[in-house]
Design a protein around this ligand. Structure first.
Ligand code: ZN
Length: 414
């Protein structure tokens, strides 16, 4: 039945013809009017500071679908991990990467491969599916998208209110010129991407293959997924139209078919009234991967707003979901600047019912885990700045360890 669902929905794709000197690879996003209006309204309450100090982490599952498990389309764990790194470099505007332009903003959003499925079982965050005898020639048919999602049990094993699902396909529409696909505020869908646009040619990973669809090898640094995840978090193209534009005043309004060339010759392409320069460096334009280096402050606000205000997303970035999806407790005590508490202090120790935990004030919260001397986890949770008392009255007397802040402290219950 799964195979049938996968195979029966080969739809028609109407290719789009563009009249420019250089052929481009498009992404096939769709528009969600209701959600966009909701988030646009929230923009009226833009944050005024550059950063919020609150880090959001999104668990990701890569579903790799191919009928050639030994071929290059079955991309390696290495290149998938590299794509996670690229996402974090871009969304965090990481120092030492090409993504640090002063005009850009730190989204304070990070991504990690999920380590638990919806049933709590351990996973790698990479789900490989052999689709022998099936073919994917389009994913812009809602029927086919549903078939793919059903085939990987996305709704039951990987619900969208817990995971960002990224589907890696062997073929995409229009001879793979549609590199990726996402939906504005597409919490119901996730992201679809052609395998050859995952990760960077500089990753050092083996057996990496990038499609040279334009003759320029312009899309080989992992920016396709960054662009699509931007759509997933409710960003519009910077060039979609003059009015209302992309909902951001810090991206100059431009319109029309984009030209992927970057540099001064592209500054004036498609300018709308009032715009003096095109921001071709934006992740939501269509320039070459090597030209992209920024989300703007407004784009960051849109992304963070959708994570905290829309019911399709709000659970994803909760602490409970971090624990449920296997987020690394050792990394969870970092603050937004990557700083961790210096010393984890526990008192009293030995204890009877409760312990107090001390951690650095600038941390928003601390996730902890209590394990037995055999390593068995017996309790997990979160302590915030205002709640640092931990009730351990249900534990039997004995020796345990509390793990937090990448540290482990022995505690003794009397
Ligand atoms: Zn796009």
């Amino acid at each position: 039945m799964r195979k049938l669902l996968l195979c029966l929905t080969i739809g028609l794709f109407t290719s789009q013809l563009f009249a420019q000197t250089r052929e481009i690879a498009i992404c096939g996003n769709e528009y969600s009017d209701g959600l966009n209006e909701q988030v646009s309204a929230l923009l009226q309450a833009n944050r005024t500071t550059g950063t919020t100090g609150v880090l959001y982490r999104i668990p990701v599952v890569f579903h790799v679908l191919t009928d050639q498990p030994s071929g290059v389309s079955n991309i390696s764990d290495c290149i998938i991990q590299n794509q996670i790194t690229i996402l974090n470099n871009c969304f965090r505007r990481k120092a030492g990467t090409p993504n640090t332009n002063a005009a850009g903003a730190d989204a304070e959003i990070e991504f990690y491969l999920a380590r638990k499925n919806n049933s709590g079982a351990a996973i790698s965050g990479i789900n490989r599916i052999n689709t022998a005898n099936c073919n994917y020639t389009t994913v812009n048919s809602s029927t086919q998208i549903s078939a793919i999602r059903n085939a990987v049990s996305a709704s039951t094993n990987w619900p969208n209110n817990k995971y960002l699902n990224i589907f890696v396909l062997k073929t995409m529409p229009n001879s793979n010129r549609v590199r990726g696909q996402a939906w504005y505020g597409g919490g119901n869908m996730g992201v679809f991407v052609h395998y050859s646009y995952v990760g960077s040619k500089n990753s050092g990973c083996p057996n990496v293959s990038y499609l040279d669809i334009t003759g320029f090898k312009a899309y080989d640094l992992g920016m396709t997924v960054v662009h699509e995840v931007g759509h997933y978090l409710n960003l519009l193209h910077t060039f979609d139209n003059c009015t209302p534009g992309d909902g951001c005043t810090d991206t100059p309004p431009v319109t029309g078919v984009p030209n992927p060339l970057c540099g001064t010759d592209n500054n004036t392409k498609g300018l709308c009234s009032g715009a003096t320069s095109r921001q071709w460096q934006n992740y939501l334009d269509y320039t070459d991967d090597a030209c992209m280096d920024r989300f703007t402050s407004c784009q960051v606000t849109r992304m963070r707003n959708v994570l905290t205000s829309n019911s399709q997303y709000t659970n994803i970035v909760t602490n409970n979901n971090f624990l449920a999806t296997g987020g690394d407790i050792a990394t969870s005590v970092r603050n937004v600047n990557g700083e961790s508490a210096t010393t984890l202090q526990v008192f009293p120790n030995p204890f009877n019912k409760e312990i107090q935990i001390s951690f650095e004030n600038k941390l928003q919260s601390v996730n902890y885990q209590i394990v037995t001397i055999f390593g068995q986890s017996v309790q997990t949770g979160q302590l915030t700045r205002t709640q640092k008392t931990l009730d351990l009255s249900k534990l039997a007397p004995g020796v345990y360890f509390i793990k937090a802040n990448n540290q482990s402290v022995k505690i003794i219950k009397q």
